[in-house]
Unconditional design. Structure first.
Length: 189
């Protein structure tokens, strides 16, 4: 249940900036949320249904944003790389973060943001929009133009993943400390 709540927050982090007429510049909870969602798949009896259901929610979100928010025609082929990326990030979370450590969370956040930056910009450059020339210089210009989005995605993914994986550990340690302090203050009978 917690995994789906995190997925909902990730979706809302993509939709709400547009609802309030602001731009998030790719500062969303999506990357960290997918890593967390994937980590929860590893321990769930419903793991076989979790990935398809998450993908369905994310596909619906992409459709809504494309058609209703951005006012573009929805082209299935424009999103295949993105949807594949969603699944891969969940699988990274399932494998790498089943047993979360600080190093694994950092590696997962870095891999998530960097892979999206590399794949999405390559797909955009190679796609039908012809915004950049089909040359190495054009590809470089596409990547340079994507750097502000990459920076924000990296920061938001790192913050989200740190919160989702780190807060439970912090709370457990505080609870252990309080229990130890309480145990040490009990009078001896």
């Amino acid at each position: 249940m917690l995994a789906y709540f995190v997925l909902l927050l990730a979706v809302l982090s993509r939709i709400l900036p547009h609802a309030f007429h602001s731009v998030s510049w790719n500062f969303t909870a999506l990357g960290g949320g997918l890593l967390f969602f994937g980590s929860q798949m590893a321990n769930s009896k419903r793991a076989a249904w979790m990935l398809p259901s998450a993908l369905a929610v994310l596909v619906a979100t992409d459709y809504y944003l494309t058609v209703s928010v951005f006012g573009y025609a929805f082209q299935l082929s424009d999103y295949l790389v993105t949807w594949l990326w969603y699944a891969i990030v969940c699988l990274i979370g399932m494998g790498l973060l089943q047993k979360a450590t600080a190093l694994r969370v950092v590696a997962g956040a870095l891999a998530t943001s960097t892979s999206f930056f590399l794949l999405s910009n390559l797909a955009f450059w190679a796609g039908p929009w012809h915004m950049y020339p089909r040359t190495l210089a054009g590809l470089g210009a596409c990547y340079v133009a994507g750097l502000p989005f990459y920076r924000n995605d990296l920061v938001s993914t790192a913050l989200t993943a740190s919160a989702l994986f780190g807060l439970p550990v912090l709370v457990a340690r505080i609870a252990d400390s309080l229990q130890a302090a309480h145990h040490n203050q009990l009078p001896l009978a």
